[in-house]
Ligand binder design. Structure first.
Ligand code: IPE
Ligand code: IPE
Ligand code: MG
Length: 252
């Protein structure tokens, strides 16, 4: 089935977030080293990004490295950092040709210097692009993000810059890494795991969740279109009841 052609073009999510999982198991099934899975996963990043751009998804957030991932064997962590540096360096022209802007979320200051350097360079060189915004979650932890936001807000309160009553959803949003970026309407996780793993805890409050058994290196454009197609069949109620939403639709 060709899901792309079946999509309702008036209901494309603005922001799709993906937990790219299953690289290690994909490699193991093939009798390969885990790093082969990560390297093959880069091809799926291209697939997902091209697919998102083709249907005008404005923001695509990809969870690439969590703060917990530092606990992995050193050779895997080193391999992932090398892969990141090389991929970013190799892809800048392609990002520019496709009008893609690169951003990151997470504590990227604590990444190795070579990674930070490549990332800053790529962010700078793509900053004027107007197409899809690719947001890489790197050294990312949602709990840390929330903790940092709370500290930032507490600091302002202490200095008398804000009142307690001014601490609302908008102010919290402004203190997150994702300040200025709308919350994802859709979050996808590959590899069959059904958990959030410390990803975008605040931002996913009302996201539709899509879990697929496909390992990330096998993820193709059609998998993204299928997830969006299924998303379009959902009724997003935000606490209301279906009949109320139907009434609102009628009055539109
Ligand atoms: C996701 O694949 C990539 C990263 C977390 C960096 P995994 O490496 O977690 O693959 P599995 O879950 O072990 O199969
Ligand atoms: C989540 O995957 C992090 C990334 C995809 C970068 P993990 O494979 O690290 O998550 P857990 O440990 O299975 O929850
Ligand atoms: Mg995993």
């Amino acid at each position: 089935m060709d899901y792309k052609d079946k999509l309702d073009k008036t209901n494309i999510p603005q922001h799709v977030a993906i937990i790219m999982d299953g690289n290690g198991r994909w490699a193991k099934e093939k009798g390969q080293m885990r790093l082969v899975g990560h390297a093959t996963g880069v091809e799926s990043v291209r697939e997902a990004l091209t697919a998102a751009s083709e249907i005008d998804v404005k923001y695509l957030t990809l969870y690439a490295f969590s703060t917990e991932n530092w606990n992995r064997p050193k050779e895997e962590v080193d391999g992932l950092m090398d892969l990141l540096v090389n991929t970013i360096a190799n892809e800048i022209d392609s990002l520019n040709n496709n009008d893609v802007r690169l951003l990151t979320i997470g504590n990227t200051n604590d990444l190795p210097n070579s990674c930070r350097h490549e990332l800053l360079n790529a962010i700078k060189r793509t900053e004027k692009n107007k197409g899809t915004v690719l947001i890489l979650a790197l050294n990312y932890s949602a709990k840390l993000e929330i903790k940092q936001a709370i500290k930032g807000i507490a600091e302002k309160y202490k200095k008398g810059e804000i009142e307690l009553d001014e601490i609302n959803d908008e102010l919290i949003h402004e203190h997150l890494y994702t300040a200025g970026i709308p919350d994802p309407e859709l979050m996808i996780r590959t590899s069959g795991e059904i958990r959030i793993s410390n990803f975008l805890l605040w931002q996913l409050a009302y996201s539709e969740l899509h879990f697929t058994p496909v390992f990330w290196p096998d993820f193709k454009k059609e998998d993204l279109y299928r997830a969006i197609y299924e998303y379009q069949t959902r009724e997003r109620r935000f606490g209301w009841i279906g009949e109320q939403l139907n009434e609102l639709d009628k009055n539109d």
